[in-house]
Structure formats: C-alpha cells, structure tokens
Design a protein around this ligand. Structure first.
Ligand code: SAM
Length: 322
C-alpha cells in the first residue's frame, strides 16, 4: 500500500463513469454546450477491471460513481453488476437527479442506499439558468421516490452570488423537513474558473457568509465528521444536519484519501492538479505485472496531493469526476 509523508493513502475512489452530462451548469461548462462522452471512454467491463485492480492494490473500501452524469450512461447497469462482488463496504452515486425516478429501481436492485443529488435551487427559473437544461420537477420527484424507498440522501448545492444565494435558507428548510443532509459546496476554481478569476471571485459565496445566513434563522453547533470527510458538519438541534465543503475557506488536503478514475482510464490524485496517470494500458497486461506497475502509478498520484491549500486546476470537474 502506498502511504505518503503525511500518512495519507487512498481509501476512497471516485469513478467518473462517463464525461457525458444532460446538464450544462454555468460553473462547470463555459460554453453552455451539453457534454458528450469522450471518444476513448472505457467500456463498463474495463472500468470494472480497473476498479478491481485498484481495490486489490490499495485500502480502498468506498466507491462513489460520478461523472459527467452517471445516470445517463448505458454502462451503469453492467458496471454495477460487475463490481457487485468486490469487497467494497460502501457504494454510492453522485447525480443531478434528473433521471433518478427512472433509474431508482436499478439502483435499489444493486443495493445502492446512499445518493448525493446535486440541486442548486428550488426556483424553477433559476434552475434553468444555472443547469441550462433539465427541469426542477423531475429532480424533486426523483428525490421524493428515493426518500420513500429509504435511500440516505445528501443534497449538494453550490451557492453562487447573484444566482442562488437567496436559496440557501429555502434549500435548508426543504432538506431538514425531509431528512436530507444539505451540503454547500464552495465554488471551486476548476476548468474555465481557474483561468477566469474575475468571474470566480464575482460568484464565490463562501463558508462565513453561508454560516452567517443560517445563523440568522437557526442555532447550530459543529458536529462530528469522519477524519477524512470533505465536509464540515453542523447540527441544528432537533431538526437535522447540514455540511459545508469548504475547499477555499478550510481545505481538507491534509486528510484527503480520495483517488479519481476518469471515464477514459486516467488516475488523478488531487483536484488541484491536472497531472494524470494512465491506468488503461495496464488492463491488457498479465495480472502481476499490472499490479506492480499500478503501485508506481499510485505513488505518482499520491505525490500530486497538495500539502494544505486548494488551488483548483484547469481540468474541469466533469472530466476529473466531481
Ligand atoms: N452530474 C453529477 C452531479 O451533478 O452531481 C456528478 C458530476 S458533478 C461534476 C459533481 C458535483 O460537482 C456537483 O455537485 C457539481 O455541482 C459540482 N461542481 C462542478 N463544478 C464545480 C465547481 N467549479 N465548483 C464547485 N462544485 C462544482
């Protein structure tokens, strides 16, 4: 197992099943064009083989399927089937929820009991302006079906000044009433926002302001969170929890255990680095050779991790797998 000077190792894998997405969110896609799958994307079988190797080579026991948008991909069913026998204690999915109502039976069939659903607003017009596709009603319907089915749900919201900061409190009430844990994700300097710092600074709405707004309505206290959690968690007594993923205000680099596998078979060790390591060529090699070469790739990916500060990277979230 590869461990760095700070004691960090990979325990947590994010797999971007496809780069294709049915949204074109303003902060993810600069030109408003919806994303298509990359021409060199791995098949479901190859992705599952890559995950199998990674589980064998590391202490990874948590897997999150993301994208792009994983629920648009025909690879979802075969991928879930092929990884179902692996020793992974927790498999979850991050989705925009647009197709959740249709895909929920499949997720339940494969034992998915945890979902992160990205939703930036409860205002239908603001929804269209941010996501530039899809419709709010479908997401809310999918969330309700998943709730009734007993799925544990976290809702991800990226607060953006001038676009949805007036939704922070309505979103919190909506989530508290339904037992969903709302997690505010501070806007990150990824993709075009890494270059366009003026645009980033104009829209950025950080942790202090989020907490001030919530504090005007609720009393909250900090709540325990796992050591390598990305989110600071807070409890509102008797009502529930919320979290803030504060990449900018309170980076969690020192305890980060995440490794990312892109849909084209590249490994990424850090969101603040565009360095990538080619896992795909190992899939056609004999098992022992592949495993030993993988250790070298993992050492390289771990060395990409930042010591303490998050800086973002030119690679967009949709490609690296958010
Ligand atoms: N399509 C899925 C979804 O919407 O959840 C999975 C992929 S998406 C890239 C994963 C998460 O990354 C979403 O919650 C999205 O809001 C977030 N995201 C994308 N670009 C971001 C940025 N520049 N800053 C902060 N969060 C971002």
């Amino acid at each position: 197992m590869v461990v760095d000077r700070q004691g960090r190792s990979f325990r947590n894998l994010r797999v971007s099943l496809t780069a294709a997405c049915n949204y074109a969110c303003t902060y993810c896609v600069p030109d408003g064009r919806r994303l298509v799958a990359a021409s060199d994307e791995l098949s479901a079988a190859d992705m599952a083989s890559a995950v199998t190797l990674l589980v064998e080579a590391t202490e990874i026991d948590r897997l999150r399927i993301t994208g792009g948008e994983p629920l648009v991909s025909a690879k979802l069913e075969p991928f879930l089937r092929l990884i179902s026998g692996l020793e992974i204690k927790d498999i979850s999915i991050t989705s925009n929820g647009q197709l959740l109502a249709q895909r929920l039976p499949l997720l339940l069939e494969y034992g998915i009991r945890r979902l992160n659903v990205s939703l930036d607003t409860l205002d239908a017009q603001a929804f269209r302006e941010i996501a530039r596709s899809g419709d709010l009603g479908s997401v809310l319907h999918g969330l309700e079906l998943a709730r009734v089915a007993g799925v544990r749900i976290k809702v991800n919201m990226v607060p953006l000044r001038g676009a949805n900061e007036n939704q922070i409190l309505p979103m919190l009430e909506y989530c508290l009433e339904r037992g969903f844990e709302l997690r505010f994700i501070e806007l990150m300097r990824m993709g075009h926002l890494a270059r366009d710092t003026a645009n980033f600074s104009r829209q950025y709405f950080g942790m202090d302001e989020i907490l001030e707004l919530i504090g005007s309505q609720h009393t909250y206290i900090q709540a325990p969170a796992p050591l390598d959690s990305t989110a600071l968690r807070y409890e509102i007594a008797g009502l529930g929890h919320f979290g803030i993923i504060a990449n900018e205000s309170a980076p969690f680099c020192r305890t980060c255990s995440r490794l990312r596998l892109s849909s084209s078979g590249w490994l990424y060790g850090c969101l603040s680095s565009s360095n990538r390591h080619a896992l795909a060529p190992l899939l056609s090699k004999p098992h022992d050779e592949a495993l030993s070469e993988l250790q070298e790739l993992l050492a390289g990916a771990l060395a990409d991790k930042r010591d303490s500060t998050f800086s973002g990277a030119l690679i967009p979230m949709k490609a690296i797998g958010g």
